[in-house]
Design a protein around this ligand. Structure first.
Ligand code: NAD
Ligand code: UDX
Length: 480
């Protein structure tokens, strides 16, 4: 029986290991974490993350061949294959602050593996890391001088939150990078054998270590770039009367471009895109490629522009002031089907409107009040000038309330901002909502999910990203 241990029981480690345990009943899989609270939650009926289908997979394997534990050293020392899936956030201090990946967690995981290993190990980079990280990890592991052979593999994860189980069940590809030596090839084969339990052979790609590491950063950069491209077009559509949905459809019909990931929005969020592009930018700068660095940086700048354009549109539509006006936020998570709020555009939109003294009422089916308060209280990092800006003042935060009902959030509001594309927002009773709101009543659809024409018939003034503007909005052009 192959013994697998995963360091890091987060959004990647938890679901990925649960699926490996399900598909490989002949393997023992233990997920370990330094956080006791996280492990306790994985062992409880309320898992620490919301992900469709995850409960079912965990229920089938937990206690059989899937275990969650805080005893890191025991399980690491017993394992044949160790996945490292710890967080790799952007550095906030010191050299490379605001861009470089913070590898503190990774390094401490590697040192612990070196300290406790008593037999040969395959160490798998599951976290997204800068290209050449494997070389640094090899150096750390080499300090264990008990004649142990460590093979490092890069096996980046491509799952998206909200569809993690589906993505893990049928991935577009599994990528494994390893050393081009007999030992390296043997390790690659051992990991291939794990995935081959359910992933067709032709979808398991093998490359050298650096290609695998860089492919992950490249894939996220390309995906984010598509969103910034369509969002840049959305601004031009609003200025010209074109409709971004029609433009995206026509563009995506070109088989060389394809239809996916072309939905204009209030901006992309999530823990990966911004962090990984900043990391790419830093790597380019360190390799003397400033033009390449500034090319990718622009993807983030357009994303920031899109978020502030949205805030400006809300304020300018309401006679250039939202002071004292209640604005309802429908959705706070960075996308539907997750409770994750990391880098969600909702944070920037709320902060922008609070800066203009709005009163905000938030409803999201999966995000708790505590989480929202924490997110809004967090100080915003200025990526170009890495010093922490002032956090929101307690007075501003008092202007925020959180409800467990969309109708309650919208009651007496002047406007509604749709910030997450939850399906339930498509079928709300907008007539009832309209009747409960102040007039004129506005809907600012940051995800283009509502039927704007129907809402206009009810009486709303509707702004949809990148769509032709209502006469009202045309008369009050937003200052970008
Ligand atoms: P996360 O913050 O949800 O989980 C990371 C976990 O690692 C935490 O629970 C933390 O307590 C634990 N940890 C930190 N140091 C540890 C140590 N030394 N030993 C054991 N546990 C430790 O992060 P995540 O979203 O799961 O992301 C993990 C990695 O995967 C990141 O590099 C991320 O870029 C990458 N990734 C994330 C996604 C995603 O959708 N979230 C997708 C693909 C790749
Ligand atoms: C992303 C990558 O898709 C995944 O492969 C990688 O492993 C981790 O990072 P994730 O951040 O979980 O996954 O979700 P994703 O579906 O990529 O969405 C990211 C953000 O882009 C969300 O805020 C989403 O709403 C936004 N988005 C996505 C758009 O605005 N328009 C689109 O067309 C697609």
């Amino acid at each position: 029986m192959v013994k697998i241990c995963c360091l890091g029981a987060g959004y990647v480690g938890g679901p990925t290991m649960a699926v490996i345990a399900l598909k490989c009943p002949d393997a023992e899989v233990v997920v370990v974490d330094i956080s006791t609270a996280r492990i306790d939650a994985w062992n409880s009926d309320t898992l620490p993350i919301y992900e469709p289908g995850l409960d079912d997979v965990v229920k089938q394997c937990r206690g059989r061949n899937l275990f969650f534990s805080n005893d890191l050293e025991k399980h690491v020392s017993e394992a044949d294959i160790i996945f490292v899936s710890v967080n790799t956030p952007t550095k906030t201090r010191g050299l490379g602050a605001g861009k470089a990946a913070d590898l503190t967690y990774w390094e401490s995981a590697a040192r612990m593996i070196a300290d406790v290993a008593k037999s040969d190990k395959i160490v798998v980079e599951k976290s997204t890391v800068p290209v050449k990280t494997a070389e640094a990890i090899e150096k750390i592991l080499a300090h264990n001088s008990n004649g142990i052979n460590f093979q490092i593999l890069s096996n980046p994860e491509f799952l998206a939150e909200g569809t993690a189980i589906k993505d893990l069940f049928s991935p577009d590809r599994v990528l494994i990078g390893g050393r081009e030596t007999p030992e390296g090839r043997k390790a690659v084969q051992a990991l291939k054998d794990v995935y081959a339990h359910w992933v067709p052979e032709e979808k398991i790609l093998t490359t050298n270590l650096w290609s695998a590491e860089l492919s992950k950063l490249a894939a996220n950069a390309f995906l984010a770039q598509r969103i910034s491209s369509v969002n840049a077009m959305s601004a031009l559509c609003e200025a010209t009367g074109a409709n971004v949905a029609e433009v995206a459809y026509a563009v995506g019909k070109d088989s060389r471009i394809g239809p996916k990931f072309l939905n204009a929005s209030v901006g992309f969020g999530g823990s990966c895109f911004q962090k990984d592009i900043l990391n790419l930018v830093y790597i380019c700068e360190c390799n003397g490629l400033p033009e390449v660095a500034s090319y990718w940086k622009q993807v983030i700048k357009i994303n920031d522009y899109q978020k502030s354009r949205f805030v400006n549109r809300v304020v300018s539509s309401m006679f250039n002031t939202v002071a004292g006006k209640k604005i309802a936020m429908l959705g706070f998570a960075f996308k539907k089907d997750t409770g994750d709020t990391r880098e969600t555009p909702a944070i920037d939109v709320c902060k922008g409107l609070l800066g203009d003294k709005a009163k905000i009422s938030i409803y999201d089916p999966q995000v708790t009040e505590d989480q929202i308060q924490r997110d809004l209280a967090m100080s915003k990092f200025d990526w170009d000038h890495p010093v922490h800006l002032q956090p929101m003042s307690p007075t501003a935060i008092k202007q925020v309330s959180v409800t467990w009902d969309a109708y309650e959030a919208a009651k007496d509001a002047h406007g509604i901002c749709i910030l997450t594309e939850w399906d339930e927002f498509k079928t709300l009773d907008y007539t009832r909502i309209y009747e409960s709101m102040q007039k004129p009543a506005f809907v600012f659809d940051g995800r283009n999910i509502v039927d704007a024409e129907k809402l206009r018939e009810i009486g709303f003034i509707v702004y949809s990203i990148g769509k032709p503007l209502d006469a009202w909005l045309k008369d009050m052009p937003a200052v970008a």
